[in-house]
Design a protein around this ligand. Structure first.
Ligand code: FAD
Ligand code: MG
Length: 351
């Protein structure tokens, strides 16, 4: 089996820190309850920390069920794998044909187009014709030829997506265009799940949508949530551990979702400007941001941009950090955004 097809991805793992590290005191310790379900081709895990003095377990479980319901709703609306989804309806539009879309879809597409501008087109949801082309190439075990690539590239371009916010419509300015929100909607699903938990009285939780993760509040009164990023070449090891509060961390990389053509390994992240999967220089990018949608988008963008991406995240409002793993001169190298170690309790294993 092509390892790139493995459905279960957990690039970032929630670490089970021992409760014994909590100083003893008269109050009952927090209890962590957790549940995992399969959505969006991956495992989504929710952990909730409940203070028995404040809230019952049953209420927390109800909140978790509602959060999972929201993730299922998002999968139904945003999936390119479902013909009935709103995104699939968008993808059947002919040139200049308009479709009315819901607020959530409009806002997410708006955000991704904004980030296409800010990343000089390194992030681009209109990359789908290229994703499909490389998908067919994988099946045929033969890379696409130049004319095929040129044709697909001609159908890519975020500037040719038109959102009419007043009329709530979308249209494409070119024939044959289509979008893929795979690099943003898992982060968005994480954010929505967190919002639903909060609306239902949960203040301390961790949501992990296959590596797109948000740490809400704390794990215990004395301890932040601790998460780990998987070692790029050994799925049984973590190379980065970090404590977070009210922050998202999302990771993109070549080491879980990749494909092989003629013995050569290709990343699932494509440079929309060239039409080719990114080279083997960037192995992974983890981005820490105030929300998981932004972290998801920028982790993919950093994979395309490499070190140049640090310049972009530095200019972003809200304090964004990144950890980039590159492969240079036969070695894995870790680069981090300036000052990250002062902002976070972070430990890194040598690669
Ligand atoms: P990311 O880097 O966050 O995203 C990479 C993906 O984004 C690529 O696979 C490609 O689709 C796209 N992309 C590539 N390059 C760029 C670029 N430069 N700019 C913008 N986008 C780019 N998987 C399944 O196997 N079965 C399913 O049924 C399924 N359903 C899904 C439903 C939803 C709503 C979502 C969000 C995802 C679903 N997936 C499913 C997973 C999906 O196909 C992607 O593999 C996944 O979202 C990639 O996430 P990532 O964090 O690994 O990588
Ligand atoms: Mg992403």
């Amino acid at each position: 089996m092509n390892p790139g097809k493995r459905p279960h991805i957990l690039l970032v793992a929630a670490l089970s820190a021992s409760l014994s590290s909590v100083p003893s005191c008269s109050r009952a310790p927090e209890k962590i309850i957790e549940d995992s379900r399969f959505f969006m081709g991956t495992v989504v895990q929710i952990k909730v920390s409940i203070d028995p003095a404040e809230r019952g377990e049953a209420g927390a479980k109800d909140a978790m069920n509602l959060a999972f319901d929201e993730i299922k709703r998002i999968e139904d609306v945003y999936s390119v794998y479902k013909d009935t989804s709103e995104v699939s309806r968008i993808n059947r539009l002919r040139k200049n044909e308009r479709l009315q879309i819901t607020d959530g879809v409009l806002n997410l597409i708006h955000k991704t187009l904004d980030y296409s501008e800010r990343t000089d087109g390194a992030f681009d949801i209109t990359v789908k014709p290229l994703v499909d082309l490389w998908g067919s190439a994988r099946k045929a075990n033969k890379p696409p030829d130049e004319p095929e690539l040129k044709r697909a590239l001609g159908r890519v371009g975020y500037k040719d997506v038109v959102l009419d916010e007043a009329a709530h419509t979308i249209h494409f300015k070119k024939e044959g265009m289509s979008i893929d929100l795979g690099a943003a909607a898992k982060g968005y699903a994480t954010d929505r799940a967190v919002r639903i938990l909060e609306e239902n009285g949960i203040n301390n939780a961790l949501v992990n949508s296959g590596g797109d993760m948000y740490c809400l509040g704390k794990r215990t009164a004395h301890e932040l949530w601790k998460v780990g990023v998987q070692h790029p070449r050994d799925r049984n090891r973590l190379f980065l551990k970090i404590r977070l509060k009210d922050r998202a961390i999302d990771t993109s990389g070549d080491y879980e979702r990749y494909f092989v053509i003629g013995g050569k390994r290709y990343s699932h992240v494509i440079d929309p400007r060239t039409g080719y999967p990114i080279g083997d220089n960037v192995v992974s990018a983890s981005v820490i941001a105030a929300d998981s949608t932004t972290a998801d988008i920028l982790a993919t963008a950093m994979c395309v941009l490499g070190e140049k991406g640090f310049g972009i995240i530095k200019r972003e409002p809200g304090g964004i950090d990144a950890v980039l793993v590159t492969f240079e001169a036969g070695r894995l190298t870790v680069k981090m955004s300036e000052g990250i170690r002062e902002r976070y309790d972070i430990s890194q294993e040598k690669l």
